[in-house]
Design a protein around this ligand. Structure first.
Ligand code: UDX
Length: 457
């Protein structure tokens, strides 16, 4: 059944949600306050790097079931269900969420709602936000109690946003009435009939589901990176340890890849906002471990700097350093809290001559860190380098051969910031290969070499 939907906010989440809902057959109008972005989207151009999104955007526009506007009034007229998809970044200088965009979205939309409808929050928010906003909507909307609020967190990963929206692991809705649940079951009918589990719960549980999921993922990554610190101290190899742990079905190998740690627009700020909200609720102790998760993660960056110094010589001043990768992970052009760009900036601050290359995030990196040098290819970035740092594991970088890079660098020193290269290949070619959590004398023989079943990483 076709529903009339609006999507408020055309960022990573909003564009993907709008485009995918139109693909599912709904009639979708998306709103953004940035007129340039709205024009760009209406002409079929996607302002972010997200595989598969451009084709779906164009087919949505061609179908006549998808459009973009700057007008909340038009949105209020159009929609029976309004999805809030605006950003909730970290509050500047504070470890808590900045809800100003969500608040503004509700206070702008509510006075225009003069008939019964459902407002659905998708943005990641602290527990309790939905109840507060539900009250605001009823107070500000001409339709009063005819306006209901539900929370429907999004679990999409950048780089996989389309697949994660059209084939999610689960759909979670926090509702306060059977009517709201029924409406959301209609919106997601095609996914539910395809077998996607659907959880209808309270708004508070739905809000927590997102924060808890991201906290768990962050904990897994920091766990293996803490083990990397231990491996260095004990002369062990964290990549082999990760394979061994991941082979236990109860642990699983996903999100157990050691290296430079997590970044991006979600995990770092979500764990901090989660801790802040827990403290407000009087349950701060329950999330005390997340402080360690955050600390271990930030320590990965410090350890990377120390490792670079130890290779390039204590005095980094003027040392040519090549950084491969600016995006916070491969498959994305997002540089928000990017570990690689953070390391590049610190090295630059210490006097190194840093040259960065990234296959898709160069423009964003340039905007956010104009002080660094940028190159349009990996080999150009590595020309004359005293040390090469692979900090985002783009396939373009993991495919580079020792001979190719060896032809342009000044010294054959490579730091594998994501444990994504084959150490022996580089060592056999005469390179000084280093990685976090891997013994400087060289990695152990891998499990596969020993004839054991290797878990693919
Ligand atoms: C995350 C969640 O996965 C997603 O469900 C949620 O909706 C939004 O936040 P995303 O920010 O796109 O998605 O990135 P993700 O794939 O989770 O990776 C986060 C960071 O962890 C990246 O910097 C990545 O490089 C790092 N990472 C991931 C590791 O360091 N090791 C791993 O094993 C996995």
């Amino acid at each position: 059944m076709t529903a009339r939907l609006t999507v408020l906010g055309a960022g990573y989440l909003g564009i993907t949600h709008a485009v995918c809902m139109a693909h599912l057959g709904h009639d979708v109008l998306a709103v953004d306050t940035d007129a340039g972005r709205v024009d760009q989207l209406n002409s079929g151009r996607v302002p972010i790097h997200e595989p598969g999104l451009a084709d779906l955007l164009r087919s949505g526009l061609d179908s006549g079931r998808l459009g973009f506007t700057t007008s909340y009034r038009e949105a209020a007229r159009h929609g029976d269900v309004h999805f809030i998809c605006v950003g909730t970044p970290q509050l500047r200088g504070r470890n808590r969420a900045d809800l100003s965009q969500v608040n503004e979205c509700v206070t702008t939309l509510a006075p225009l709602l003069d008939r019964q409808c459902l407002v659905v929050g998708k943005s990641t928010v602290p527990a309790g936000t939905a109840v507060r906003l539900a009250g605001e909507l009823v107070r500000l909307a001409p339709a009063g109690a005819g306006i209901e609020l539900a929370w429907n967190p999004e679990f999409l990963r950048e780089g996989h946003a389309v697949a994660d929206t059209l084939a999610p692991d689960r759909i979670v809705v926090g509702v306060t009435s059977p009517g709201a649940e029924k409406t959301l079951r209609t919106v997601y009918a095609r996914l539910i009939s395809g077998g996607t589990p659907f959880y209808a719960t309270t708004p508070a549980t739905a809000e927590l589901a997102k924060s808890a999921a991201n906290s768990f993922l962050a904990t897994k990554i920091s766990f293996i990176n803490a083990m990397a610190e231990l491996c260095e101290a004990a002369g062990a190899d964290v990549t082999v340890l990760s394979e061994i742990l991941g082979a236990d079905a109860r642990i699983g190998s996903a999100f157990l890849r050691p290296g430079l740690g997590f970044g991006g627009g979600c995990l770092p700020k979500d764990i901090r906002a989660f801790m802040a909200r827990a403290a407000e609720l009087g349950a701060g102790e329950a999330l005390g471990f997340l402080r360690e998760v955050d600390a271990v993660n930030l320590r990965c960056r410090t350890r990377m700097i120390e490792l670079t110094c130890s290779l390039a010589g204590r005095n980094l001043s003027g040392a040519p350093v090549c950084v491969l990768g600016a995006a916070f992970k491969p498959g994305s052009d997002d540089v928000r809290d990017s570990p690689s760009l953070d390391v590049a900036q610190i090295l630059h601050g210490m006097g190194a001559q840093v040259t960065v290359h990234d296959p898709v995030a160069l423009a964003n990196a340039r905007r956010s860190c104009p002080q660094l040098n940028y190159a349009t290819s990996a080999l150009e970035a590595a020309r004359g380098a005293a040390v090469v740092l692979v900090l985002t594991e783009w396939p373009e970088f993991t495919r580079l051969t020792p001979a190719e890079l060896g032809g342009v660098v000044a010294r054959q020193c490579i730091i594998d910031g994501r444990n994504a290269l084959d150490p022996r290949l580089w060592q056999d070619a005469g390179w000084d290969y280093r990685a976090l959590g891997v013994n400087a004398r060289g990695p152990e023989r891998s499990l596969a070499d020993q004839g054991a079943a290797r878990h693919s990483r």
